[in-house]
Design a protein. Structure first.
Length: 744
């Protein structure tokens, strides 16, 4: 078994090779590019599932993780050891991620048709093929995205984990802004990139502190998470002369700093603002970000480092209270916003933020197994919901094109000249502005279950799982586990906060189902909505069983059924030498789980069970009044950031510009420049008057003597003979002079 598990490092390789192949060779052929991308995902899946099931079937696997080193990168006195690690959490993640990636890739191959916001005249070939002009580029991007997530799952150190973490950050920027012709998509991609960078920078500071204070200094999981190093960190405190954090436990500070990476990546308050805007990207991107990859990575970071957080829970409980507070607050905060959204994907976006808050709160109260359990189940049913929403949008857009074709004789993407059709007149309503041609606005839908049965029923299955429909769905068992941990651990505030969030989740999910699939169609385009192509519906049918049955692996033991997940994680917990209390049976959390799930669904059905009539104002809007407006406008957090942080940043930028350009830096640079020019002029004068004068004087003297000697060379042989004769006579006279003087 161990020899087979040693192949885990290959899991991210096929998607990366697919990315290279598409970029370098196949990008001109859209069909081949799609096959290459899907092939890379399938090969990674065929590697990952046998590895995962080998781990599942091994006795006491958690106590014997498989780790290997591929190569080392020297860094001064130490080295970065690049390798792989397969333990219980990573085996579960390999099972979940690899399967969902294949489903998303297959779905994307059918989804990425020619987008309605582009002009047929600008891209005639792509329009004739019915595919996005940058279809191959999209396939390359999602392959690189898959590489980042698969590499992160099998990383053996926090350094390589962070590298793959940043690869996903880059890909999210590229994919959210994939349709960059739209200003909103460009803005959303920048917003996502900059917001998550805030969390990543703070996380990097925590990583550096972890490296500095660890003994030995290392970011290898096996070294920094061993019990001796964690006990060493728990004994250290910041120097007392440090202003705010002086005297605080170092392990608590490190845990909070690294947790900010999760706040950014998993869109927790206050860095949650990027995730709803990420809906500007194609729906397969939304499914990848919200289910299988990016946001899951934030929670997986906490799970991967859970030994650190388990020790922090004892050594610095205030740090873990902060984690639990952020998670619980975000769960309820995002749920209230989802109640008042019209965009089918934005409802799911805020739902994702809320469910991630559940997992973070579970980590904060020490419920590591429950957080991992809900991470797995949520990934499946949320992928099902996002892909289902994309199928709905795709179908409604086709219905809209059908209406335009039959109403105006235009083609599916514009008029006979290839231009897009005229912008629709917006409708002012009490519950917000309505674009009657917006294929993502649920007010333009209704009655789609009859038109899209495969999409509708699988969406309903995912919605029931998200709501925690009792006993039958995976979401019930994983949510109930978190509530049981909270109740059993005496975390009453967390318990009731999450319970209220669960009620709202069931309510807004039924609202979404009712407005989209039930009742009568409210628009002509909804009446003509077709079912999506098989490449989009088959992934829905394959994911749906997991939304129902996956939760059964974690049914609590007090139901009389062995809790497989608990048993699988038990040896992993013992190996890492931290303690997780098993919640005792109590009727309170079980009853509350049943009441909030069924109650929320029942209230939602009473209000939205027949959909809405055409033009009807949302009944909850009438009931809540200005509170609904606050929910609908997302508590005005974006506006708050716009008028505070962003405005301050722009003012500071302008101030620094003035300091640079007018007041300090540029004047100094200009003064230095002027002094340099003056010094050059002085040097030029010295060169001209002194150096050149000296050289010219020597030349003049030489020329004078040359002129004198020039006269002795007139070309007459007689003169030369005379000069020779005279010279000889002078020489002889000089030689004879001493003799003559002696005679005298």
């Amino acid at each position: 078994m161990e020899g087979f598990l040693n192949l885990a490092w290959l899991a991210p390789v096929p998607p990366f090779l697919a990315f290279l192949a598409i970029v370098l060779f196949t990008n001109r052929n859209k069909t081949v590019s799609a096959l290459v991308a899907i092939g890379g995902a399938v090969i990674s899946f065929l590697l990952s599932w046998p590895i995962a099931f080998a781990a599942f079937g091994a006795e006491h696997f958690g106590a014997h993780p498989v780790e290997g080193q591929l190569f080392s990168i020297p860094t001064g006195n130490s080295a970065i050891h690049v390798g792989y690690l397969v333990d219980a959490p990573s085996a579960l993640m390999l099972f979940m991620v690899s399967f969902l990636l294949v489903m998303i890739f297959v779905y994307a191959s059918g989804y990425m048709t020619f987008p309605h916001h582009l002009s047929v005249a600008d891209y005639p070939l792509a329009a004739s093929q019915g595919k996005d002009p940058r279809y191959s580029r999209f396939m390359a991007y999602i392959s690189l995205f898959a590489t980042g997530m698969m590499g992160l799952v099998v990383s053996n150190s926090l350094i390589t984990f962070f590298i793959f973490w940043e690869v996903m950050g880059l890909c999210s920027y590229l994919l959210i802004g994939f349709w960059y012709e739209k200003a909103s998509a460009r803005a959303a991609s920048i917003k996502a990139f900059m917001t998550t960078r805030v969390g990543d920078v703070i996380m990097l500071i925590g990583m550096m502190m972890l490296y500095i204070y660890s003994e030995p200094s290392s970011l290898m999981f096996s070294e920094m998470l061993n019990v001796h190093n964690l006990e060493h960190l728990a004994e250290l405190s910041m120097p007392t002369n440090w202003a705010v954090i002086g005297g605080l436990p170092i392990i608590g500070i490190i845990s909070v700093l690294i947790f900010f990476g999760t706040i950014g990546k998993s869109a927790q308050f206050p860095l949650h603002v990027w995730l709803p805007d990420a809906m500007e990207g194609p729906t397969p991107v939304s499914a990848m970000i919200h289910a299988a990859t990016m946001v899951s990575a934030g929670v997986f970071l906490l799970i991967r480092l859970y030994p650190l957080y388990a020790v922090t829970l004892e050594a610095a409980p205030a740090a873990m209270q902060f984690v639990a507070f952020i998670g619980g607050f975000t769960a309820l905060f995002a749920a209230t916003i989802a109640v008042a959204q019209w965009d089918i994907k934005r409802v799911l976006a805020y739902s994702t933020i809320s469910q991630l808050g559940y997992m973070v709160a579970a980590i904060g109260i020490g419920a590591f197994p429950a957080a991992l359990f809900h991470l797995l189940t949520h990934a499946f049913f949320k992928a099902l919901l996002f892909l289902g929403s994309g199928s709905v949008i795709h179908g409604v857009e086709h219905g809209l094109h059908h209406v335009h074709e039959h109403s105006h004789g235009h083609d599916a993407h514009g008029d006979e000249h290839g231009h897009g059709h005229h912008a629709p007149a917006l409708i002012q309503r009490p519950d917000g502005v309505l674009n009657p041609e917006d294929a993502q606005d649920m007010r333009n839908m209704g009655g789609l279950l009859e038109r899209m049965p495969r999409t509708g029923w699988t969406f309903i299955i995912g919605g029931l799982a998200l709501s925690g429909f009792p006993l039958l769905t995976a979401g019930f068992w994983s949510k109930d586990e978190i509530l049981s941990f909270a109740w059993d651990g005496g975390n009453t505030i967390v318990f009731w906060t999450l319970a209220l969030a669960a009620f709202l989740t069931a309510f807004y999910t039924m609202r979404q189902i009712g407005m989209t699939f039930l009742g009568a169609p409210r628009t002509e385009m909804a009446e003509h909505t077709p079912e999506s192509v098989p490449t989009m519906t088959w992934p829905l049918l394959l994911i749906a069983p997991f939304a129902i049955f996956l939760g059964w692996v974690g049914i609590p033991g007090w139901f009389g059924i062995p809790n497989w997940l608990e048993g699988f994680l038990e040896h992993h917990i013992e190996y890492n030498q931290f303690h997780v209390a098993h919640p005792h049976f109590s009727f309170v959390p079980l009853s509350v789980s049943l009441i909030v799930a069924l109650g929320g669904l029942a209230v939602g059905y009473m209000v939205y069970g027949q959909g809405l009539r055409e033009g009807e104002v949302d009944p909850v809007r009438k009931l809540l009044g200005p509170i609904w407006v606050v929910f609908h406008n997302k508590y005005y957090i974006d506006e708050l950031y716009q008028y505070t942080i962003i405005t301050f940043t722009l003012l500071l930028t302008n101030l620094l510009y003035l300091v640079d350009a007018k007041w300090v830096i540029d004047p100094i640079v200009n003064a230095v420049g002027r002094f340099g020019v003056w010094l050059a002029q002085v040097g030029a004068a010295f060169d001209r008057l002194i150096v050149d004068g000296l050289v010219n004087g020597v030349a003049a003297v030489t020329n004078l003597f040359g002129g004198w000697l020039r006269n002795t060379q007139d070309g007459k042989v007689q003169v030369y003979l005379m000069v020779v004769a005279v010279s000889m006579m002078v020489w002889l006279l000089l030689r004879a002079m001493p003799i003559l003087l002696t005679l005298v």
